[in-house]
Design a protein around this ligand. Structure first.
Ligand SMILES: *Cc1c(COP(=O)(O)O)cnc(C)c1O
Length: 398
């Protein structure tokens, strides 16, 4: 089917490379940003609180505090959790390195625990095994947009007196047992990078129901100073006090206006992502050797990624061969993730070796993320399906 592979000189399924993720900007977004550019406040002004309020309402949390990126938001969360030198935080190796890096920012030590074979999310039993008297926080990731095992992790956190942080950078709009991701963990972190569900260019948010944590987060992103310049100007005050060492991690009004405008389309974006995932499942469920992402009955994923697994020994090639063949067909596949403990920095600083997290490592050898974003046209989806079928049938064993 489909003629010779592009990698062997055949015609590619498509000429332009389809990326794995991409933003979608509408005219109404541009109008919202332009309006702010013409206004009095282009950084911390009225749009910040408006965006924070709208996001908090969307994810069912009492408070949301914006940051200049998802990574800055993670830094804020570990700091608000009180992590410092000699402390440890248990987290997953199957994630973007920022999830674990933030623990180093606080001077503490990330400790990895293996993932569950179905969702590739932090396995609560493995996490429990890694808890020591030094552990102060648990950082789970909703891999690919599928909520982590939140009840079990929350129970572990309360049993061991840990702060439970959920890195939901993949999961804006996901639901767990009917509850939106955002009001379940002590702090839930979101990213508005262009490949995510909504974008502000760069940006992030921490959602929490805890007033005290929200207060610490607000101080942390503004140098450790309570209140902001605009409040003081409006009240005619000059005095301020820096009570903690913080950073300038503020998200400007220009970005918040874009976020507010994008947030209005979040439900449409999620519906489109779910529809594409449904089409992929229907197209690939009958292809032997390709494992599609599993969804637990209590989860409604937000489908940030669509990671398939090329099962070992089922094709006349491996993941690398599959990957190159799909790229040559014009499909911008990616790999999420190289397990974090494999990166040189982690090997050098923590001494982890291959073999310590067998489930994550075995998955890594097989993973390929197919393009999935809400701006995909029907033809883009059809191209991905055609290319995967073409490559799979070409390399089919026996
Ligand atoms: C995107 C992402 C981040 C970082 O977010 P930025 O906004 O790019 O800083 C952190 N963790 C995970 C799991 C992510 O996917």
């Amino acid at each position: 089917m489909g003629g010779p592979l592009a990698i062997e000189g055949g015609a590619p399924v498509r000429r332009s490379l389809l990326p794995y993720g991409h933003q979608k900007i509408e005219e109404e977004d541009i109008r919202a940003v332009t309006e702010v550019l013409r206004s009095e406040w282009i950084t911390t002004g009225p749009k910040v609180a408006e965006f924070e309020g709208a996001l908090a309402a969307q994810v069912g949390a009492k408070h949301a505090v914006s940051f200049s990126s998802g990574t800055a938001a993670l830094h804020g969360a570990v700091s608000a959790a009180g992590l410092g030198p000699d402390d440890e935080a248990v987290t997953t190796p199957m994630t973007f390195c920022a999830t674990a890096n933030c623990v180093f920012y606080a001077g503490a030590r990330p400790v990895f625990a293996d993932v569950s074979p179905d969702t590739l999310n932090l396995d609560p039993a493995e996490a429990a095994r890694r808890v020591t008297p030094k552990t102060k926080a648990l950082i789970a990731v909703d891999y690919a947009g599928h909520p982590a095992d939140l009840d079990a992790l929350r129970a572990l956190a309360s049993r061991k007196n840990l702060v439970f942080i959920e890195d939901a950078c993949h999961a804006l709009g996901a639901r767990y047992k009917e509850h939106p991701v955002g009001g379940i963990a002590d702090m839930t972190v979101f990213s508005f990078h262009p490949v995510k569900h909504i974008t502000t260019g760069e940006g992030g948010m921490v959602a929490t129901n805890d007033e005290n944590l929200a207060c610490r987060l607000r101080g942390f992103r503004n140098h450790g100073i309570a209140g902001d310049v605009r409040e003081r100007q409006l009240q005619g005050q000059w005095h301020y006090d820096m009570t903690d060492l913080g950073f300038n991690y503020r998200l400007p009004d220009v970005a918040c206006a874009l976020g507010l405008s994008q947030l209005r389309r979040l439900d449409d974006n999620l519906a489109r992502r779910r529809e594409i995932a449904r089409q992929y499942i229907a197209a690939f469920c009958g292809l032997p050797g390709l494992r599609t992402p599993e969804v637990r009955p209590d989860a409604l994923p937000a489908w940030h990624l669509y990671p398939i697994r090329v099962e070992a020994g089922k094709f006349k090639t491996d993941r690398a061969g599959f990957f190159s063949a799909l790229r040559a067909e014009g499909i911008g596949v990616n790999v999420h993730y190289i397990p974090v403990h494999f990166h040189s920095y982690y090997r050098d600083h923590l001494g982890y070796k291959a073999g310590e997290f067998p489930v994550a490592e075995a998955a890594y050898d097989q993973l390929i993320s197919l393009p999935l974003f809400h701006g995909m046209e029907p033809q883009d989806v059809a191209d991905v399906i055609e290319a995967v079928r073409k490559v799979a049938s070409h390399f089919a064993a026996g």
